[in-house]
Write a protein that binds this ligand. Structure first.
Ligand SMILES: [Fe+2]
Length: 189
């Protein structure tokens, strides 16, 4: 970590989350820090953090905590690139650095008893996150959504802080009411 802005953010985020067991308290404390961090992003982001991928959105690791309790990524979304319908298994705080990130939410109607089938999801609202915006989510019940950039808009770049290494998450098939755990290397898209 070369930048004092990033170092200060990480040390504050580490301290704030260490003292808080409730995910909702973590995001409450971290959202204002993210709001400040995105204003200073140009002081610590390097060219490799803006790597894009023609095939899907790119996830570029900025920081991962030695104890795996925090991870910070830059996501680069080219026009027309979307996530699958997914959850996170963690709290998260997201700030938008460039463009407009679109979030299409789902509402879970069936209780989560741990089963990977019989999951009833309906489409919820849409949120357009412009440059400078901060959003967050908490698990249990997890936030389920699709995130990306429509073809008609230019690319978006966003910072994502999670309360764990983001090396696995659930993706959902809305029509069949099923989900499956997807594993990814924590430092790859
Ligand atoms: Fe997400």
């Amino acid at each position: 970590m070369a930048s004092s802005s990033l170092e200060a953010f990480i040390s504050q985020a580490t301290a704030q989350t260490r003292d808080r067991s409730e995910p909702a308290d973590c995001v409450l404390a971290l959202a204002p820090l993210m709001l400040e961090l995105i204003e200073r992003a140009t002081t610590f982001l390097e060219p490799q953090h803006y790597r894009s991928d023609a095939n899907h959105y790119a996830r570029n690791l900025v920081y991962d905590a030695p104890d795996a309790s925090l991870s910070l990524y830059v996501l680069v979304w080219s026009s027309g690139q979307w996530t699958p319908v997914h959850d996170h298994g963690s709290w998260g705080v997201v700030g938008v650095l460039e463009g407009v990130l679109e979030e299409r939410n789902y509402v879970r109607l069936s209780p989560d008893c741990g089963a990977d089938e019989g999951i009833r999801l309906v489409r919820g609202g849409v949120i357009l996150l412009g440059r400078g915006a901060v959003t967050s989510f908490v698990p249990n019940p997890d936030h389920i959504h699709v995130t990306g950039v429509p073809l008609e808009r230019s690319r978006a770049v966003s910072l994502h802080l999670y309360g764990r290494m983001m090396n696995s998450f659930n993706t959902y098939d809305v029509s069949s009411g099923t989900r499956q755990r997807v594993s990814v290397k924590h430092n790859e898209s």
